[in-house]
Design a protein around this ligand. Sequence first.
Ligand SMILES: [Cu+2]
Length: 321
Amino acid sequence: MKTPIARVLNAGRAIPLAAALALSTMFIGTAWPAVAKIVKVTLTPEEVTLPIDNKGTKYAAWTFNGKIPGPLIRITQGDTVEFTLHNAPGNKMSHSIDIHAAQVDVMNQFAPIKPGQTKTWTFTPKYPGIFFYHCGASPMIQHIARGMFGAVIVDPKDPKAMPKADREYVIIQSELYSNPEDVKAMMQDKWSHVMFNGTVFKYDPIHDPDASETLVAKPGERVRIYFINAGPNDFSAFHPIGNIWDAVYPSGNPKNVLHGMQNYVVGPGDAATFDLISPVEGTDLLVTHSMRGALSGAIAAIMFSKDADPKMGHGDEILVR
Ligand SMILES: [Cu+2]
C-alpha cells in the first residue's frame, strides 16, 4: 500500500534566491524552473534495524534518514544545493557522503565525519540526469552494502529536453549480504539476494506472495524509470520482460539517447533513465537479466491497466516505499 512513509522521500527544499536565507525545511522542488534556486538538503546517517524482505526479516542496516534507499533528492540543473550531512549522535560509526552529481574536492566535501558532527557545503549541478549518492566511509563496500545510498534526479534546465513522462519511478538495485558484519564475504561477492529499493521481491507478488506492492501505469503512457545500480559489486542487465525500452538515457542525460533497447547494462555506481511504453494492458517484469540476481529478488512487476491509480508515479509516489 502507498503509505505516508513516502512523504519523507523528498529531502530538499527549493526556494527562490531572495528567500533563501529566510527559510529552511524539508522539501523538493521544481516549482520555478526558470529561476535558479538554492535548495537545502540534509541527510542524516542512521544505524537502524530494518525489514529487508516482505516477511519482515530484520537487518542491521546503515542508512541515510532511516530508510533504504535514502531520501530522493530532486533538483534542477543550475540550482545551487546547500548540502548538510549530520551524523546522528547515537551512531557508532563515522559516515560520509559521495554525491555523483557534484564536482568537488573528494578529500574535503566527501571526507567522513564522526557521530554528532555536522558538515555543510554547496555545489551547483552542471549535468542533468540520474545520479547515485552513497556513503564513502571506510570500508566503503560495507557502508554501501548495509544500505547507505540513494538517488539524485537533476532535471534538465530545458523542460523540453526530453519527451514528457506520464509517470516516473525510481528503482535502485543493490546486493544483500546476509551478515552485515562480514566484510570478507562482501569482498568475495558472496551475496544472498539482489534487491530493488532495499527489499527482496519488493514489487513482485508473482514470485513472492507476501509482496503487497507493484508499480502501475496505463497502456500508452510514457513511464520513466530512473534506475541506479548501487552494487556494491555486480553489474545489472536491466530488461523489461514483455516489452522493449522505448529510450535509454545513460546517466539520464538527454544528450545520451538510445532507442528500442531490449537491455542496457548499468555498472555498479552507475545509473540510467529508461522510458517504457506498453501498447497493451497486462504486466511487464523489470529485472536484471543476470538470472541469479533476478531470481533471488531483483524483479519488479509493472501492471498496465486503464484503471491505474493516478497518484502512483507522481509526487511522493515516485520512490514507492
Ligand atoms: Cu557510512
